[in-house]
Design a protein around this ligand. Structure first.
Ligand SMILES: [Zn+2]
Length: 155
């Protein structure tokens, strides 16, 4: 059977292969990544787009009830620290709320993601090298710099 007759039957191997590749990527991300807004684990869900009359598999955050591409858990952790401890505020015009905190964390996740991607440290499959990170390390580093500052004040 030639390729032409398969195409005539509506069987497109290339398209099918691309679909499988996408699904594989989504499956890996759902298993590895967390929501950029709330940090909760993600799952896969079949979303029906009425306008196109087709169902597509998407990564979904059950907690936020939204389609979410997700971020690496390490990136979320750093972003959370940046907002909660360093108290960066990307939306000064908005009143304090849980929603604003989540929007701020998601914004930092996007920035960090961009930075890691553009330095070759992050790919669609995750980090290209092993990274060491935990909250204690971050807190300690921050405490040291603060005591250093206090020391400088005395001098
Ligand atoms: Zn979420």
């Amino acid at each position: 059977m030639s390729d032409i007759s398969l195409a005539e039957m509506g069987i497109n191997f290339r398209e099918q292969k691309e679909q499988t590749k996408r699904l594989q990527m989504l499956r890996q991300r759902a298993a590895r990544c967390v929501c950029r807004y709330c940090g909760n684990p993600l799952s896969l869900r079949k979303i029906t787009y009425a306008a196109y009359d087709e169902a597509k598999i998407e990564i979904f955050c059950e907690h936020c009830g939204r389609i979410e591409f997700g971020t690496e858990p390490e990136i979320y952790q750093v972003a959370q620290y940046f907002i909660d401890e360093i108290q960066y505020d990307h939306y000064p015009n908005l009143d304090e709320s849980v929603r604003k905190r989540r929007m701020n964390i998601a914004m930092i996740c996007d920035i960090l993601n961009w930075g890691f991607k553009n330095t070759g440290l992050l790919q669609a499959e995750g980090f290209t090298c092993s990274i060491a990170l935990d909250e204690d390390t971050l807190t300690e580093a921050f405490a040291i710099s603060e005591s250093d500052l206090a020391q400088l004040d005395k001098e």
